[in-house]
Design a protein around this ligand. Structure first.
Ligand SMILES: *Cc1c(COP(=O)(O)O)cnc(C)c1O
Length: 424
């Protein structure tokens, strides 16, 4: 289904609540862990959302690269309604048919042989870290395994994943961090080789390298093909595990099922979460058979892989597949980059680069100007377009994968209007 058929908003069912009232209650009772934009979204349809004041927005955030099928998609709505009336949660004490079906789908559509389910990206990465460490101790015979990650990466907010995240701002005041991590610059093979040999000392050795195929939060930076081919070669030659964090780019976001398909290599372990069930919480860690060293009792999750989340993910998977939505993600992505490049050409003093794969794209602002990504995001919001920063200078475009050609043009027109409002 194209999102055109979903454009008409469903009738508002909730009682009209002025945004200020929502905000006051929220700010009184909810921890202030987020810098929030001053709107409250109430309902959505396709690529559009409406706030509590009735204002309409074109949604190029999609819950941060998560609502793959947009909002209120009929197929997803039908599945979750049906599943909650049938069976929504039972625990992993028992076999779960939907979980098995989803694992089979993932294995048949990726390089993986085995899947572990959890509820978020950070948890999926935690599982990958634990699996790699167990493999290091039991198979590689490394006493002090080190996992190398990239600077400017993002892997989540648990203690192990903020440690894996190569950005000090996420780690500040949360020390002591988890031992066994070291950092290298992204897309720099020489630095990686140096780090591997520098860290090799006594019982310590690099046992795994964990990277994003495209750095999302760190500024929408695609992996370099030569770099990743080099990384794969080093991993093969030195028996280091290659873990790819596909939490943001997996499940069709780049116009291919998995980010690594853009790089022409395969990881040993990879993770997925954001778009996997189209906005229903889920996380997954995949590996090749040789690395599946988990035994009963090694790792677990109460909610992980419950019938509700897995049924939702299966519907997302089948809808993406049956309706050719990955093709749409590729062609709409090309259209979006062409439109953004045209805007960049008109504003050479503002915009330094447009980059991305499929429907994850970034527009980078010049380093030497005052304008920040969040200021441009706010201006776009005023014009009815939702965008999200990726760092201080990059504005990220991650619309639902069902976005139409007309909606892409509308988004870039609104962006132009936003830029005009900032640049007299
Ligand atoms: C969002 C993200 C995470 C964290 O996912 P959560 O579901 O918020 O825990 C990890 N890695 C990457 C690449 C992400 O984009």
């Amino acid at each position: 289904m194209s999102s055109e058929t979903l454009l008409k908003a469903p009738p508002a069912t909730s009682i009209y609540t002025p945004t200020s009232e929502v905000r006051d209650r929220f700010d009184t009772y909810v921890m202030g862990t987020y810098g929030r934009f001053p709107i409250a979204l109430e309902r959505g349809a396709g690529c559009r959302v409406w706030d509590t004041e009735g204002k309409e927005y074109l949604d190029f955030v999609a819950g941060i690269a998560t609502c793959t099928l947009g909002h209120a998609h009929p197929a997803l709505a039908a599945t979750v309604a049906k599943q909650i009336q049938k069976l929504h949660h039972v625990s992993n004490l028992y076999y779960i048919a939907e979980q098995g079906e989803l694992a089979e789908w993932i294995v048949k559509h990726s390089c993986a042989d085995r899947v572990f389910f959890c509820n978020s990206g950070a948890e999926a990465n935690e599982a990958a870290i634990k699996l790699a460490r167990k493999y290091s101790h039991t198979v590689q015979q490394i006493e002090q395994p080190v996992i190398l990650t990239a600077k400017a990466s993002f892997h989540g907010r648990t203690l192990a994943t903020i440690t894996a995240t190569g950005q000090p701002k996420y780690q500040k005041h949360f020390d002591p961090l988890v031992p066994g991590f070291a950092y290298v610059p992204y897309n720099d093979l020489e630095a990686l080789e140096d780090a591997i040999s520098d860290l090799d000392e006594g019982n310590r050795r690099v046992s795994a390298i964990m990277l994003e195929a495209l750095q999302g939060e760190g500024g929408v930076r695609p992996g370099d093909l030569d770099y990743f081919h080099g990384v794969r070669k080093i991993c093969d030659e030195t028996e280091i595990l290659l873990i790819l964090d596909e939490v943001q780019v997996g499940m069709g976001r780049t116009g291919k099922w998995w980010g690594y398909e853009n790089l022409g290599i395969e990881p040993d372990i990879f993770t997925s979460a954001k778009g996997l069930a189209g906005g229903i919480p889920i996380g997954a860690m995949m590996c090749k058979k040789a690395y599946d060293v988990f035994e009963a009792g090694n790792h677990a999750s109460t909610f992980g892989g419950n019938p509700f989340a897995c049924a939702a993910a299966l519907t997302v998977a089948k809808t993406l597949e049956e309706e050719g939505i990955l093709d749409n993600a590729r062609s709409r992505g090309e259209q979006l980059r062409a439109n953004l490049n045209a805007i960049a050409q008109q504003h050479p003093s503002l915009i330094s680069e447009v980059r991305g794969w499929g429907l994850i794209n970034g527009l980078e602002l010049k380093e030497d100007i005052e304008l920040t990504a969040v200021e441009l995001v706010k201006a776009a919001m005023n014009k009815g377009l939702l965008l999200v920063p990726a760092g201080n200078k990059v504005v990220r475009f991650v619309p639902p994968l069902i976005v139409s050609a007309a909606e892409v043009d509308e988004a870039t027109e609104k962006l132009e209007a936003a830029i005009s409002s900032l640049v007299p």
